[in-house]
Design a protein around this ligand. Structure first.
Ligand code: ADP
Ligand code: MG
Length: 635
């Protein structure tokens, strides 16, 4: 076979930019380059395991031990990593080390631009999230040579060499063993990485749980071998999730979590268990302590690590959890999944559905327990992830029961930033109260003044404040709790307890003509205008003629910025209120006052605003100014 000429190839523009950022910026945590190279080697070893099963051992070096070997040379200032993984052909090198297939590079560049001024620790910590990990080696390298032999018997060995500036060289190699060797000529200022104690330290911190053994070449300390070079394993290599929960120290969980997620904070909650029936698996799950630790996470960038008998099948396996539990991190290792199924096939096996069901159940009980045993932690959890639960209530009818008791809301009975559960609400319900009441709005302070609350405050009936945008969606999946209907207090058809106590007002002629006048003025905007039987402190309120949930739906539409039409509602008037009485008087004495319709419109739009369904509050400003000008002129 003809020996191929070495080829020099320019890096794609985006990679040049990535490299430029990495080479010329001073990052505080350059050491993470080693984590990235080890993680690539570990991926390569995993992929080899799977491929060799698929190809029935028709591979190069079928018996070679699976592992990662690191050697250093202080004099030569070199660091070398060797693995017996899947390997790369020359073609592979060009496509994997010369281009970035996915949007990783672009996202990385964007992120760096934003971060460059700020937190450099986060900067390097996120590199692995972008699929540009390999290039981080150029933070410390003057030159990198990758030599590799693919597992496929017909493929030829090749090398890839670059100084990270502009281009790389590829050519044929005479490497006969399967796997990849990465030889790094360190920059002068990075010569520490040729010290074995540094390598030990970094591996302990960042790669201790890698599933393959990592060996480091060191001088032996044993008497008879003194001065001889030997390879020592330097990572714990434990499948922590397979250990008994009672045997694992908290610190181990923390460091495992950090190596898994790159989150430098401790997890809020660790969930570690094994299941036997109906399917056997191990799970080690974490709830992060805050929602946005992955600063640049894309919407669909989540999932658990799925192993089958300690072999990593998939890195971000989404099908193990419903989307609303996407904030959960962790590992699931199944005893029963067939190893040689393709990664694509795995998601369709019924076993996955069964594991998923078990995980959901366990997560729900653990959260219940957290709510009971650790109020402060649960509060943090709810603040960070409560919205995900609401999303779950809206989208996953089958599991409503598992999460509904975790919901928390402010209400007319809560104080400060305390919240109540539905269960506690029910415990406080009046004897003759049939339904659970809520009021919708954009924020608790506005809602607390809602005109709908008049009656409820007077009769000491508790009302929940639903002020989170997510609440609207949640209501789509939550119409009752514990056999009790959950009702919006703007529902005109509400059957209120203590009905006999409703305020009776004598029919007043002035009020009757005001009602007719308002109806005529607002015309099509309202379904009807009528006297309210429940208002005490406020002048007017808007109620829903159709009953059931309409306001939440309209508010959701407005919040999503959809083409939004103000819904037609019933305007109720409080005949005892000053404003209403004054308006009735004015209509009687100066029926043709051009300001009267302006007052009416303003009164109506105030209510739209209070309900969170005003399409454009700024439109009210000219009218308000007109009213002010009139008032000023007259006084
Ligand atoms: P990522 O690991 O997110 O894919 P990297 O930049 O770290 O991104 O690596 C790029 C690609 O280079 C890998 O996906 C893999 O195909 C290839 N690669 C890197 N290191 C090795 C290795 N040791 N053995 C085999 N392939 C490797
Ligand atoms: Mg990588």
């Amino acid at each position: 076979m003809a020996v191929q000429e070495a080829e020099r190839i320019e890096f794609k523009a985006e990679i040049r930019q990535v490299l430029d950022i990495l080479i010329h910026s001073l990052y505080s945590e350059q050491e993470i380059f080693l984590r990235e190279l080890i993680s690539n080697a570990s991926d390569a070893l995993n992929r080899f395991k799977i491929e060799s099963l698929k190809s029935n051992n028709q591979v190069v070096d079928p018996a070679a031990a699976l592992g990662i070997w690191i050697t250093t040379d202080k004099e030569a200032r070199t660091l070398t990593l060797k693995d017996t993984g899947i390997g790369m052909s020359q073609e592979d090198m060009v496509s994997y080390l010369g281009t970035i297939a996915h949007s990783g590079a672009k996202n990385f560049i964007e992120a760096m631009k934003e971060l460059n001024k700020g937190d450099t620790k986060t900067t390097t910590d996120v590199i692995g999230q972008f699929g540009v990990g390999f290039y981080s080696v150029f933070m410390v390298a003057e030159e990198v040579t990758v030599t590799s032999r693919s597992f496929q018997p017909e493929a030829e060995a090749a090398y890839w060499k670059s100084s990270g500036e502009g281009s790389y060289e590829v050519g044929a190699s005479d490497k006969t063993e399967r796997g990849t060797v990465i030889e790094i000529k360190l920059k002068e200022e990075a010569k520490d990485y040729a010290e074995t104690y540094r390598i030990r330290q970094i591996v302990k911190e960042h790669s201790d749980f890698v599933a393959f053994p990592i060996f480091l070449e060191e001088e032996s300390h044993e008497e008879d071998k003194k001065g001889e070079k030997v390879f020592n394993q330097i990572n714990a290599q434990t499948a922590l999730w397979r250990e008994r929960a009672s045997d694992v120290e908290v610190e181990k969980y923390k460091s495992f979590y950090q190596q898994l997620t790159f989150d430098f904070q401790d997890p809020l909650k660790t969930i570690h268990f094994q299941a036997e029936m109906p399917i056997q698996f191990y799970a080690l799950l974490f709830i992060p302590s805050r929602r946005d630790y992955k600063m640049f996470q894309k919407q669909d960038d989540y999932g658990l690590k799925l192993y089958a008998r300690k072999v990593l099948i998939k890195e971000d396996f989404k099908e193990l959890l419903p989307p609303y539990l996407r904030f959960i991190e962790g590992v699931v290792d199944s005893e029963d999944l067939p190893l040689n199924v393709s990664r694509e096939m795995v998601q369709n096996t019924p076993m996955i559905a069964r594991i998923k069901k078990a995980l959901i159940g366990r997560i729900s009980t653990e959260l219940e327990r957290l709510a009971k045993d650790d109020e402060a932690a649960f509060k943090t959890f709810y603040k960070e992830f409560g919205q995900f639960l609401k999303e779950g209530i809206a989208s996953d009818k089958d599991n409503t029961e598992k999460f509904v008791d975790l919901l928390r809301f402010a209400s007319t009975a809560t104080e400060g930033d305390n919240l109540t559960s539905l269960n506690d609400y029910v415990g406080r319900m009046k004897e003759d109260q049939k339904d659970i009441y809520y009021v919708l709005g954009d924020d608790a302070k506005v809602v607390a003044r809602s005109s709908h609350l008049d009656y409820f405050k007077k009769n000491d009936l508790e009302v929940l404040f639903l002020t989170d945008p997510m609440d609207n969606f949640m209501l789509m999946g939550l119409s009752e709790y514990n056999g009790k209907q959950i009702k919006n207090i703007d529902d005109a058809g509400l059957e209120l307890p203590e009905d006999e106590k409703k305020i009776e007002t004598p029919k007043d002629e002035g009020f009757i003509s005001l009602t007719a006048f308002i109806k005529q003025t607002l015309g099509d905007k309202v379904e009807d205008v009528r006297e309210s039987k429940v208002l005490t402190d406020n002048a007017v309120r808007l109620v829903n003629p159709s009953g059931m949930g309409a306001t939440s739906f309209h508010r959701a539409q407005r919040l999503m910025g959809q083409d939004f039409q103000v819904p037609k509602k019933i305007l109720e008037l409080n005949p005892k209120h000053e404003v209403i009485k004054d308006l009735a008087d004015r209509l009687k004495t100066k029926g043709s006052d051009p300001l009267l319709p302006v007052f009416v419109e303003q009164l109506y739009e105030n209510e739209l605003l209070a309900e969170g369904i005003h399409p454009n509050p700024a439109e009210m400003i000219p009218r308000l100014q007109k009213l002010m000008a009139e008032a000023l002129r007259k006084s």
